[in-house]
Ligand binder design. Structure first.
Ligand SMILES: *[C@@H]1O[C@H](CO)[C@@H](O)[C@H](O)[C@H]1NC(C)=O
Ligand SMILES: *[C@@H]1O[C@H](CO)[C@@H](O)[C@H](O)[C@H]1NC(C)=O
Length: 316
């Protein structure tokens, strides 16, 4: 058989009208006050001719959604209201009045200013577990009673526009020593082998576009080491004055040493912050998004020790 379209593809193609949004900016990154420009594309497929419609509308929305972890739900019922979604942007724009589009492809250009609702602060885009900050552009085509309304949504990303929106990075080197006596999260210290790991992070305050860098050295360790790992952790807090729920979850884990590393050898630390899953450290009345680094040392018998370091992410 030749590589022509399958029956299913043919059938989907025949199916009437499609709606799409194409943004002019390929990276889809915008700042407060920017014009979000693009085209709404209406396309009819197959035999169908012109498209009747009851108006085409674009809606720009920015929303913070907060969710409780299973362990916090009971705790929170009393003040559930404080967890309602927070609307940061809510604007609409009519791109076509009720009428007809011709058969084939129609492109309607639009320019939509990105403005906050009231005096709201536009926080940076962030995809988390319990906190989500998302900006979307949605196009709706209303149809007559006999045809289904059409809708399409795209996400765009928001970044702070200037230093005034956020704290500036202050380089602050963070030297560390990890040894049995420094561990605060171990109950039975007698089970931990004697060891000493020294090192430093070049800064605990970082521009989100820069990597986390530093180095560590295993100066001494009586047990064989299996692995040394650097974990990036998000700490999300939902709540308010009446109480809050705080949850830490892992974003990514990077192995910096594999096997029983040479004692006295300096091992570099290098970690890039994944966009979407990180944002400048954020603290508001209703929620917080903070980040931490764990250094994890795994011994050959799979015992592990962890040391935790809060870091601060900034945009500028
Ligand atoms: C968003 O705007 C629409 C129309 O302007 C309004 O009906 C709706 O209530 C608004 N939603 C929020 C959450 O502000
Ligand atoms: C924002 O506006 C609301 C009411 O619209 C007001 O209560 C609040 O104090 C204002 N916040 C700031 C920071 O101006």
């Amino acid at each position: 058989m030749s590589g022509g379209p399958s029956l299913l593809q043919q059938r989907q193609k025949k199916e009437g009208t499609t709606l799409d949004i194409r943004l002019k900016k390929i990276n889809k990154i915008y700042r407060e006050g920017d014009i979000v420009a693009g085209v709404v594309v209406i396309e009819t497929h197959g035999v169908s001719g012109e498209v009747q419609h009851q108006g085409v509308t674009l809606t720009m929305e920015g929303l913070v959604t907060l969710q409780l972890s299973a362990k916090s739900v009971g705790l929170f019922e009393a003040f559930y209201n404080s967890l309602k979604p927070i609307t940061l942007v809510n604007n609409s724009l009519e791109v076509a009045k009720p009428g007809k589009f011709p058969g084939g492809k129609t492109e309607i250009p639009f320019e939509f200013p990105l403005k906050p609702k009231g005096n709201k602060t536009l926080y940076e885009t962030y995809h988390g577990v319990f906190v989500n900050i998302q900006y979307t552009l949605k196009v709706d085509m209303k149809r007559s009673l006999l045809s289904k309304d059409l809708q399409k949504q795209v996400e765009f990303l928001l970044e702070y526009k200037s230093e005034a929106d956020t704290e500036k990075t202050k380089i602050s080197p963070l030297p560390f020593t990890i040894a049995p006596e420094t561990l605060t999260n171990v109950k039975e210290k007698q089970n931990v082998p004697q060891f000493k790991v020294k090192g430093r992070f070049d800064s605990s305050s970082l521009k989100i576009t820069n990597p986390l860098t530093g180095h560590l050295t295993v100066e001494q360790c009586e047990a064989p080491i299996k692995s040394i790992e650097i974990q990036l952790v998000r700490v999300e807090t939902c709540g308010c004055a009446e109480g809050y729920a705080k949850d830490a979850t892992e974003i990514q884990n990077i192995q910096v040493a594999d096997g029983d590393v040479c004692r006295g050898l300096s091992i570099p630390i290098y970690m890039i912050f994944p966009r979407l899953f990180t944002c400048p450290t954020l603290s508001t009345n209703n929620f917080k998004v903070e980040f931490e680094i764990n250094i994890v040392i795994v011994f050959l018998d799979d015992h592990l020790v962890t040391e935790n370091f809060p870091i601060k992410l900034t945009r500028y």
